[in-house]
Design a protein around this ligand. Structure first.
Ligand SMILES: Nc1nc2c(c(=O)[nH]1)N[C@H]1C(S)=C(S)[C@@H](COP(=O)(O)O)O[C@H]1N2
Ligand SMILES: [Mo]
Length: 219
């Protein structure tokens, strides 16, 4: 998938997209409020399994190498009362949910998968976001890839810090050891190779949304 998420359009088109973006965002925030948490995959849509495309911005597949990088950890910090850094064992001890949902890439593909992970709401309860924490940044060890979200979308019941896909530990192709995933966000918002989750009082863009893709990126 070399071309996945390649930039569409000219500069003029980009300007036009920007002005449409504000209106879209209002609509998407409203759709989010009315969204049904269950029944995300239409009947008969098969689980994609290994046919689920894999995409990352680094030239080589990012793989966490404990020998050179130390033990992987997940830090949850920023506008919170109780910042935490979780080891892999601590992450695995948190309770998980499983959802079969669709993933939507702006390149035009979508695929269904069963994702297992920690509901984001559970992580939030542990770190206690402050009242001004309206946004959340998800960053990775994949060449600095990150995307920031509105906090409402992070609190959707199907927004997970995913540790397994189709019942097996997440493989490097799909973002090991952990990634964020929600069926209510477009593919590029779902940061793989996750290392840090930062609550913020203002959005700070993202890898693709700073290149002209819509920041909200809802489905
Ligand atoms: N760290 C990181 N996360 C990322 C990306 C990336 O390149 N690096 N690509 C995004 C895009 S554009 C898509 S469509 C999905 C792809 O997820 P998949 O490889 O599991 O299909 O991951 C998103 N998260
Ligand atoms: Mo994508």
């Amino acid at each position: 998938m070399v071309t996945a998420c390649g930039l569409p359009g000219s500069e003029g088109a980009q300007r036009l997209l920007k002005s449409a973006e504000k209106n879209n965002e209002r609509l998407e925030r409203w759709l989010l409020k009315t969204a049904n948490a269950s029944d995300r995959v239409p009947r008969g849509v098969p689980i994609a399994g290994n046919a689920f495309p894999s995409y990352f911005v680094s030239r080589q597949m990012p793989v966490w190498d404990a020998a050179t990088m130390g033990n992987w950890t997940l830090t949850v910090d920023g506008a919170v009362q109780a910042p935490r850094t979780f080891t892999w064992d601590e992450v695995r001890r948190l309770s998980t949910r499983s959802h079969t949902v669709q993933h939507y890439c702006v390149e035009g593909w979508n695929a269904a998968a069963q994702f297992q992970g920690i509901p984001f709401t559970q992580l939030a309860r542990l770190v206690k976001p402050t009242a001004d924490a309206g946004f959340v940044d998800f960053s990775s060890f994949d060449s600095g890839y990150h995307e920031s979200w509105d906090v409402e979308s992070t609190m959707h019941p199907q927004t997970l810090v995913v540790v397994a896909k189709d019942g097996q530990a997440l493989s490097p192709a799909y973002g090991a050891p952990a990634r964020v995933h929600s069926p209510i966000k477009l593919g590029y918002k779902n940061t793989k190779y996750l290392t840090r989750i930062t609550f913020m009082s203002a959005p700070n863009g993202g890898y693709w949304s700073s290149k002209g893709y819509e920041w909200f990126g809802g489905t």
